[in-house]
Design a protein around this ligand. Structure first.
Ligand SMILES: [Zn+2]
Length: 239
């Protein structure tokens, strides 16, 4: 089903869902200028690829839950708690590239179809389904439920490929996930019971091993300077 849906419709759907996701989190979008610049740099480095350039729109949302999600149409949210836990650019770049993999493979759209069925989706496309409740259902489903193991492996492969192409290792993403493992029961007051990244992205040994195997043949420049990295970490700080 998904390949038949034009990208323009997918973006349209993504917008509707995005509004709902923001409402669910009642979340503040972090917009400190230097941080935004750092995100742009990182996104462009990962997205620019001769074979398959990928256009995504990345934002940081303030949340106590360490998570990251990709919506249909190319919107990716990094949750601020994930940035707090990260110790290097490669850790965040890996997660970002993983989410880009979900966008590239249209996994979010597939999930929406799974949640709502095709007639529901057509309704969304043509504007018949305007009830907030219906969209909230899909938004929550997008956030709460896991992708298939195959989709996860494919997103990891995508991340490893993009990181390697830039001469960067893929496994630091696994280190970040390991670090927050066991602490994924954090429930932020505003976040209802939104699960952490790990509950939808379990770090299996198999997954870590696969990431560790992807070592770039040539080491590339760091994806962000120290200064840019600090700016990204502090994107939610208002003062
Ligand atoms: Zn994933």
């Amino acid at each position: 089903m998904t390949p038949l849906i034009p990208s323009s419709y997918e973006r349209h759907l993504g917008k509707a869902v995005d509004n709902q996701v923001r409402a669910i989190f009642s979340g503040k979008i972090c917009e400190k200028a230097q941080g935004l610049a750092a995100i742009k740099t990182l996104t462009e480095r990962l997205g620019k690829n001769r074979d398959f350039p990928l256009d995504v729109d990345v934002a940081v949302i303030e949340s106590k839950v360490p998570n990251a999600i990709a919506l249909p149409g190319g919107r990716i949210y990094l949750f601020s708690a994930l940035l707090d836990k990260a110790e290097s650019t490669d850790e965040i770049a890996g997660v970002l590239a993983h989410e880009m993999g979900h966008v590239a493979h249209r996994d979010g759209l597939r999930k929406m179809i799974q949640a709502g069925g095709t007639s529901y989706l057509l309704g969304l496309l043509f504007g018949d389904v305007t009830g907030g409740g219906a969209i909230v259902f899909v938004s929550r489903y997008l956030i709460d439920s896991a992708y298939s193991r195959e989709a996860e492996a494919a997103a990891d492969d995508f991340a490893a490929y993009r990181m390697s192409a830039l001469g960067r290792p893929a496994h630091p993403m696994g280190l970040l996930l390991k670090r927050i493992e066991g602490k994924d029961d954090v429930k932020g007051g505003n976040d209802f019971n939104v699960p952490a990244f790990l509950s939808t992205h379990p770090v299996t040994d198999q997954r870590l091993k696969a990431l560790e195997k992807q070592v770039p043949s040539q080491q590339g420049e760091p994806l962000l300077s120290q200064e840019e990295w600090r700016a990204l970490k502090e994107i939610c700080k208002t003062t």
